[in-house]
Design a protein around this ligand. Structure first.
Ligand SMILES: [Fe+2]
Length: 285
């Protein structure tokens, strides 16, 4: 398999697992058409509207703009809205994530909004090359970025393909140790469409594409997904999470109800689960 490093996979193209081969080799992969269009558009409107409101608010202040604070205000309102869960549960995203993570999937709280706005002076949520594993993302977690707007080689993201295969790269104060010569040419993602989904490994070296020639606005949302049946790192525990789907093995555990597997609930009556969990346990009558 020798795909171009700018390859974008459709859901259909992922049937023979070429997307997984690409991911293992390069450490990232881009998909198109995973969300239901109307659910994506609702989420997109919500996010861009929120940004335009906050932009005015922050722009009118004389004090220095805290870009990350503004972005986190957007993320938090999105996270607590129905638009975010509706978008993730729509279309094919979870089907693709199950290939990587198994059937029991959660999304962590504290998502990130990454915004590049050339018309907003002093505003930026750019990051120089780094590895997410340096700050507590476990190797069993996936970083998933959804592009809310288009992106190109001047405002997207850069990746060092294959750098995840070196393990946890040595770092000095959040920067790659200068003594390390990777000999990998970074690539900048290009021709990214609205709604494209980028998945990448927590050990890959990556960053924001920073260019003085960029004239275009770019907005993307970063999420972290994991199997909730895996052990959590301290960062993951402190973030907290929402469950998106549960597999059949987990359904059986839920019916039994207690971790001691004792028949407190199931003997002598109809076994059922709490009504508040029904949206997750959809293999039950
Ligand atoms: Fe990152």
């Amino acid at each position: 398999m020798n795909f171009n490093l700018h390859k974008v996979f459709s859901f259909k193209e992922s049937f023979n697992n070429d997307d997984l081969k690409f991911f293992v080799k390069n450490g990232y992969v881009v998909y198109r058409g995973l969300y239901d269009k109307s659910k994506f558009t609702e989420a997109q409107k919500f996010l861009l509207n929120k940004y335009s409101i906050l932009k005015k608010k922050f722009n009118s202040k004389k004090n220095k703009i805290d870009s990350w604070k503004l972005a986190s205000e957007i993320s938090e309102s999105f996270e607590n809205s129905s638009f975010s869960i509706n978008m993730y549960k729509s279309g094919k995203l979870l089907e693709v994530l199950k290939k990587y993570l198994g059937p029991d999937i959660c999304v962590f709280n504290k998502k990130c909004s990454y915004i590049i706005d050339p018309k907003f002076k002093n505003y930026s949520t750019k990051l120089s090359p780094h590895v997410d594993g340096w700050v507590g993302n476990s190797v069993e977690m996936l970083q998933v970025n959804t592009f809310i707007t288009k992106a190109d080689k001047l405002n997207s993201m850069i990746f060092y393909p294959g750098s995840h295969l070196y393990g946890l790269l040595p770092v000095k104060n959040r920067e790659l140790d200068k003594k390390i010569k990777l000999n990998i040419k970074p690539i900048a993602l290009d021709k990214i469409h609205e709604g494209d989904v980028l998945i990448f490994h927590p050990l890959i070296l990556h960053g924001t594409k920073i260019s003085n020639n960029n004239r275009n606005f770019r907005f993307s949302v970063g999420d972290r997904f994991k199997s909730f049946e895996k052990e959590l790192t301290s960062q993951e525990s402190s973030l907290g999470y929402k469950v998106l789907c549960a597999g059949p093995i987990n359904h059986i555990k839920r019916i039994i109800g207690n971790d001691y597997l004792l028949p407190f609930r199931v003997l002598g009556g109809k076994a059922g689960i709490s009504a508040i969990n029904k949206d997750i346990y959809d293999y039950l009558d």
